[in-house]
Design a protein around this ligand. Structure first.
Ligand code: PRP
Length: 183
């Protein structure tokens, strides 16, 4: 669906489908140049990163492998619970592999700082992060993504994989959720 199908729930569209596609292509070109001559394993974080993973991987003009990890740091609301739980581990042995973790948003940084620490003990050749969105004002943990699509204000955003209570993930655009939906 697009923003017109959820108009009353949204304050404004931050990024349209076309803007997202264009930005992911720029990121893919940068990634392809940086990893030239190296193998590359993309690790997507379920479930929110599904859209970014699908589009970023297809924008890459080269072979990549993909694996998935499931971590939860949120309850069902709009605030982080502050607790990270590993729900599904990788199926791939990442020792000596170049790993690029793909996520759609860095909010407090809790999820990715935990994950990078965890992957850091598995003897990967390298571990870097690509995120479509980052909220600099919400960051409480040290996370340094190598690739960032956009920095955004500390507002609750949905769409393109981002949910509120499992809804809006299939919205093509990224939009700010109206407070009346969650208050
Ligand atoms: C979201 C998002 C990030 C994380 C960012 O995942 O996909 O992984 O939160 O927040 P943080 O920087 O504060 O840790 P969530 O746990 O909501 O699961 P989901 O991907 O299934 O939506």
């Amino acid at each position: 669906m697009d923003a017109s199908h959820a108009e009353q729930d949204l304050v404004n569209v931050l990024f349209t489908e076309a803007q997202i596609t264009a930005r992911l292509q720029e990121m893919a070109d940068e990634i392809a140049a940086d990893y030239e001559g190296k193998d590359l394993l993309l690790v997507g974080i379920l479930r929110g990163a599904v859209m970014v993973m699908a589009d970023l991987s297809r924008a890459l003009p080269r072979h990549v492998e993909m694996d998935w990890i499931a971590i939860s740091s949120y309850g069902s609301g709009t605030k982080s619970s502050g607790v990270v739980r590993l729900i599904k581990d990788l199926d791939t042995d990442i020792s000596n592999r170049h790993v690029l973790v793909v996520d759609e948003i860095i909010d407090t940084g809790l999820t990715l700082s935990w994950l990078v620490n965890s992957l850091g003990s598995r003897n990967a050749a390298s571990v870097e992060i690509a995120t479509l969105l980052r909220k600099p004002d919400a960051l409480t943990m040290p996370v340094e993504p190598k690739y960032v699509g956009w920095d955004i204000p500390n507002e609750f955003v949905v769409g393109y994989g981002l949910d509120y209570r499992e809804k809006y993930r299939n919205l093509r655009d990224i939009a700010t959720l109206s407070p009346h939906v969650y208050s």
